[in-house]
Design a protein around this ligand. Structure first.
Ligand code: PHE
Length: 454
């Protein structure tokens, strides 16, 4: 049998895990849902979930991956025995990754398209940056996202890049890509934050982001914060199991997980800091929702000195972040077919990537030709997003915590924790979180949400 590929070093692994975590969830989603759900109050709840549920779960997923050296389904199978039904939890994860990527890639495609538009407008002063009002910008966005062909082409282009990277494998694909892109990402973000907070009038945006309005918090927003914490940390669907399966025994998993979660949270907060002060300083609409960054920001950039340059940087930043996350979603699906079905990596990546592309088409069109087609009052895109983010991911996290806390024996779980790290105290704290705290909290949130609706 071929030896399993492993990450080249701890740093490269953390870059890959952080690359998976930092994505559209931080830059596109977090600012607008924080904007809609009470700003700082929402942020506090979200951070609470990151610490209490997110961090222990990333550790658990990585440990399960490392101990089994298998994909998400294979990991459950290997650790629970061949006749146990636990592999279904892994299968739900692979399915979730599949579904997430099919709508994720649409927004990523928009981001790539906007990068090209802003770069070419900056270089050749095209009409894109001549926008003066939010109405003009919105009209352009609606025309673009509602077009029956262009967004599908950008979505396809994004998927091809993603498939190409995944088909090259861990070292020459994922690792090589993250090694180059993550430092660029950090550099662009620093530039954007400095630009944004030094605009006159920026304070209002900072206040908006940091003034807690608890009146907007209810069962729904608590569930949304939980979904957001899972989504942004890439947990609950086996991406971290898969990334963990390429780790060796010397890796200090709790430490790497800590760096991954803190980088991710920091970047979400910084993205808010890069966006809201600029929106307020230049008179945008902070609660615009999913279109916030595509409608409001182009106008904002247009009104700022050297805006074309910063606009191009912003959309490049968004595209890079989306790419390093999307490859982890496709890797989770690919690894399943490679490990369990013994497909070649190339075959698995191209076939599954192709099917994800096809499933993405109706998502894409739900901003245009089929926007009136609604299921449970949501269009195809919103339905997939809501189901996967707020139901499947927290549920996947719940299953994993029950598995590790109650079925993978305590001795084995603790042993896995202590392989590469030393603190027995931390290990017991972690185990208590996994065994009791997480299952109880997630179940309570689900029940509260169900009763709240009824
Ligand atoms: N964490 C990514 C983001 O914030 C999305 C993602 C979810 C990636 C689940 C992998 C698994 O954009």
């Amino acid at each position: 049998m071929k030896r399993r590929e492993h990450w080249g070093s701890s740093l490269l692994f953390v870059m890959a895990a952080a690359g998976s975590a930092v994505g559209l969830g931080n830059i596109w989603k977090y600012p607008y849902i924080a904007g809609q759900n009470g700003g700082a109050a929402f942020t506090l709840i979200y951070i609470f979930w990151v610490v209490v549920i997110g961090l222990p779960l990333i550790i658990a997923e990585l440990l399960v991956g490392r101990a089994s050296q298998k994909d998400a389904v294979g990991a459950y199978k290997k650790l629970s025995g061949p006749n146990s039904p636990w592999w279904l939890a892994g299968a739900l994860g692979v399915l979730t990754g599949f579904l997430i990527l099919s709508f994720y890639s649409i927004i990523a495609g928009w981001a790539v398209a906007y990068t090209f538009k802003t770069v070419s407008a900056f270089l050749f002063s095209g009409d894109f940056l001549a926008l003066q009002t939010a109405e003009e910008s919105e009209a352009i966005f609606i025309k673009f996202s509602g077009h029956p062909i262009y967004p599908v082409v950008w979505h396809g282009l994004f998927m091809v890049i993603c498939i190409y990277i995944v088909s090259r494998g861990i070292k020459s694909g994922l690792e090589a890509c993250n090694k180059i892109l993550m430092p660029i990402l950090a550099g662009i973000l620093a530039l954007l934050v400095v630009r944004s907070v030094t605009l006159p009038g920026a304070m209002e945006g900072i206040e908006f982001l940091w003034y807690p309005d608890f009146s907007k918090i209810n069962e729904e927003s608590i569930l949304i914060a939980l979904g957001q914490a899972s989504f942004t940390l890439s947990i609950g669907m086996g991406a971290m199991i898969t990334y963990g399966s390429y780790l060796g025994r010397s890796e200090n998993v709790p430490k790497s997980a800590f760096w991954t979660a803190s980088t991710d949270t920091l970047i979400a907060l910084l993205a808010g800091l890069a966006i809201f002060p600029a929106v307020f300083a230049l008179g945008g609409e902070p609660t615009a929702g999913p279109s916030l960054i595509f409608v409001t920001l182009p106008v904002v950039f247009n009104h700022m000195p050297l805006g074309g340059f910063f606009g191009a940087c912003f959309f490049a930043f968004l595209s890079i972040a989306a790419l390093t996350s999307a490859i982890s979603l496709l890797e989770t699906v690919t690894a399943y077919f490679v490990d369990e079905k013994e497909w070649s990596r190339k075959k698995a990546a191209w076939i599954m990537g192709g099917i994800i592309f096809l499933l993405g088409v109706p998502c894409c069109l739900s901003y245009g030709p089929i926007q009136d087609f609604k299921i449970f009052g949501k269009n195809f895109f919103d339905l997939l997003d809501y189901l996967t983010t707020n139901i499947f991911l927290p549920f996947g996290g719940l299953l994993l915590s029950i598995f590790v806390g109650w079925f993978w024996r305590r001795r084995l779980a603790t042993e896995a924790f202590l392989t590469g790290s030393k603190s027995a105290r931390l290990a017991s704290l972690w185990f208590i979180c996994i065994r009791y705290v997480i299952p109880i909290l997630v179940i309570v949130v689900f029940i509260a949400k169900l009763l709240g609706k009824g």
